[in-house]
Design a protein around this ligand. Structure first.
Ligand SMILES: [Zn+2]
Length: 301
């Protein structure tokens, strides 16, 4: 059995929310209050991603004054340009931007602004795809994307469209190598915080180390359950986790295996059929229906 890359990295897991808003755009709380809310909830870091629009004077919100020894912030923003296949304004999340990131350029396309964010060092995510009907074709156009938001807590609460795995699974089956992150997209107008987060394995809480780990896919996503270990050989995959009601491995199309039980903390699942599809991912579900999701594991390396 060989531990997958994420769990074999030096350092520890840091809990973070990559997507939230303050009064610098359409959020209800000020910058300091948003940082305090997450810090007090036990998070290690957040990225405050206000809407990068002219009506808000293109904010890359400065959260640096609210860093402490136990809590840090990554600078970022949510980018908007016209237009998806359904004619909607694009939402592209950039985690790790310089404070002086240049305003959206006239005529700039979604793929161009995503590439410009990535070139300036950001981890680029296609957010809440189900909420606004993002298509596979839309996603294909964004070559610079690192990830798809596979759970958006606000979309789940407000629209029952919190899922992003339907899109990411299709992209994976086409050979795209993207990861998947859960987030809140909290605006604090109602109880929309602390519902989905990432656990990033990094050597330190340094913002640059966290962004680097995100870009390498050294993280998993959760609504509650913890993943302690994932290891595999040619025939099977072993998962260790917090007490679970279901542990599953999902591959290309319908290829999958699972174990259902009570307080499962370890499972060994057959990999032979799943592995032939080229990639797999792990899902752990607790007795309240909360999920933890691994990133895709690719088998051809
Ligand atoms: Zn948002």
């Amino acid at each position: 059995m060989r531990e997958i890359e994420t769990f074999a990295q030096p350092g520890q897991f840091y809990r973070g929310n990559l997507h939230c808003h303050s009064t610098r755009s359409d959020g209800r709380l000020g910058v300091e209050a948003v940082c305090a809310a997450y810090r007090e909830a036990g998070y290690d870091f957040i990225t405050l991603t206000d809407h990068f629009l002219p009506i808000y004077d293109f904010p890359v919100t400065d959260t640096r004054p609210f860093r402490t020894d136990a809590f840090t912030t990554i600078l970022g923003a949510e980018m908007h340009v016209p237009a998806t296949a359904l004619g909607e304004t694009w939402h592209i999340l950039a985690t790790g931007l310089p404070l002086d990131f240049t305003a959206t350029l006239p005529g700039e396309s979604a793929s161009e602004i995503a590439a410009r964010c990535a070139a300036s060092g950001a981890f680029v995510t296609l957010v809440h795809p189900a909420w606004y009907g993002l298509t596979v074709g839309d996603a294909d156009a964004i070559e610079a994307a690192h990830a798809v938001e596979i759970y958006n807590h606000t979309s789940a609460i407000k629209n029952d469209r919190g899922d992003g795995w339907n899109l990411l699974d299709q992209l994976l089956s086409q050979g795209r190598r993207l990861t998947g992150c859960a987030s809140d997209d909290a605006h604090f107008h109602f109880d929309d915080a602390f519902g989905g987060w990432v656990m990033v394995r990094a050597p330190s809480r340094d913002p640059d180390a966290l962004v680097d780990a995100l870009k390498h896919g050294h993280y998993y996503s959760s609504q509650g359950p913890l993943l302690h270990s994932i290891a595999h050989d040619g025939d099977a995959i072993e998962i260790e986790c917090s007490p679970a009601a279901a542990i599953m491995v999902l591959g290309r199309g319908s290829k999958a295996a699972h174990e259902i039980g009570i307080d499962l903390t370890k499972s060994r699942l057959p990999l032979d059929r799943v592995r032939r599809g080229g990639h797999a991912r792990i899902v752990v579900v607790d007795d309240r229906g909360r999920r933890a999701w691994s990133n895709p594991i690719w088998f051809d390396k």
